[in-house]
Design a protein around this ligand. Structure first.
Ligand code: GLA
Length: 383
């Protein structure tokens, strides 16, 4: 689902550039990226799209019209870019600041934006916006940035301008995703491996609980700090370097919550590598079991799930493998947002109907459910 922003309607002339960057869904490997572990996300067919042209006024500013929310932002580029309003503009401001810091000269621009990545759905609408802005600035200025540096620049924007100390997963997959592939990312070495996922008999469903997920609430930073405490006690550079046995030996030296956070991360890193092997071997059952195990660990040890996410997983279990669901788990940071389910393609429609009805009954909320093939990362559509 790619919507082209209505540039001409707003500015009265066609755009010179059009770029798109996708949101993502993480199949497995949650809260492992900032612990030097592995993640296995894919880009989804939902995009933040920007259309632009050089401004016709000489004032040094970037004007952005967001046709989705009907809102506008004006960013002054004659001096160091600072945080401002509206809030969503901070993701773009952060990226502009990253380009200016690297000595890239940016001309005044008129931009129009539309995103089909649901906001607060835990599907990285913010990373899509950052990567879209970075892709636009690359096209406009003719500056090609190395993909790893581009993803890191966007992550920095999120840290500095949105105040979320996120890891590298979302921006990496929005930049580097490939059609019909999952991205196995080693977050310590930053090396990536494309894992083909083109078996037509399995599909992925994204179930957006419509309970908004909000990462700047402090819980995310708190989990990160607890992981750091565990690494200090264990005397390792990151939780990637610790084994379950070593953690068990150190159990008495740490608070129970810290121990449980570390137990999740260490187990999740192993599950992620096992799941990548399961995808390579087209073993839906084994991947599905790993997804359920991941969810329970996030719910019980990492404590980042919520009633709505748990309800989706319970319904998946009750539909079961007989009904075509291999596995299901919460995806992304947690506290709301979406679940991802691995299902049999021929049962996907029936599962969607059962899931929507079961979720409404359990929670009183309408879920938004869609299927997506692994999509390509950021692209220049025009220009
Ligand atoms: C958010 C962050 C990511 C990652 C996930 C949890 O999406 O932006 O870097 O930490 O949470 O896996």
């Amino acid at each position: 689902m790619l919507k082209i922003p209505e540039f001409e309607k707003i500015y009265g002339r066609p755009p010179r550039w059009i770029v798109a960057a996708p949101g993502r869904v993480n199949i497995i490997g949650e809260h492992t990226d900032y612990n030097g572990g592995f993640v296995l996300p894919m880009a989804i067919e939902r995009y933040a799209v920007m259309a632009a042209d050089l401004s016709q006024v000489s004032a040094p500013r970037i004007f952005i019209h967001d046709s989705h929310v009907g809102d506008t932002a004006q960013i002054d580029i004659s001096k160091p870019v600072v945080k401002g309003n509206p809030r969503w503009s901070n993701y773009v401001r952060g990226v502009i600041a990253g380009f200016l810091d690297r000595g890239v000269k940016i001309p005044p621009l008129d931009v129009s934006l539309v995103s089909t990545v649901p906001l607060g759905g835990g599907l990285s609408s913010s990373a899509a916006l950052e990567v879209s802005a970075a892709t636009l600035l690359e096209a406009v200025t003719g500056t090609k940035i190395d993909p790893v540096e581009k993803a890191l620049l966007c992550q920095e924007a999120e840290h500095e301008f949105a105040g979320v100390p996120c890891g590298i997963m979302d921006q990496f997959v929005s930049v580097m995703g490939q059609k019909n592939h999952l991205l196995l990312l080693d977050c310590r070495s930053r090396q990536t491996e494309l894992v083909p996922m083109n078996d037509p008999s399995v599909a992925l469903l994204v179930i957006n609980t419509n309970v908004k997920h909000e990462l700047s609430g402090g819980e995310y930073a708190h989990r990160r700090a607890q992981c750091e405490t565990a690494t200090k006690i264990l005397g390792v550079p990151s939780l990637r370097d610790a084994t379950a046995a070593e953690l068990e030996c150190a159990r008495s030296k740490m608070d129970l919550p810290v121990f449980r956070r570390a137990r999740h991360v260490i187990g999740e890193i192993e599950r992620t590598l096992d799941a990548a092997a399961g995808i390579r071997n087209a073993n839906g059952r084994s991947v599905g079991q790993l997804m359920y195990a991941s969810h329970y660990s996030l719910r019980d040890d990492y404590e980042v799930s919520c009633e709505a996410l748990d309800a989706v997983v319970e319904i998946s279990q009750s539909i079961g493998i007989e009904g075509g669901v291999y596995g299901c788990r919460m995806t992304g940071g947690g506290f709301g947002g979406s679940c991802v389910a691995l299902v049999r393609t021929d049962a996907a429609d029936a599962i969607t109907v059962k899931m929507a009805a079961g979720y409404k009954t359990k929670t009183g909320i309408e879920a938004a459910i869609f299927s997506s093939r692994p999509a390509a990362g950021a692209t220049v559509i025009k220009g």
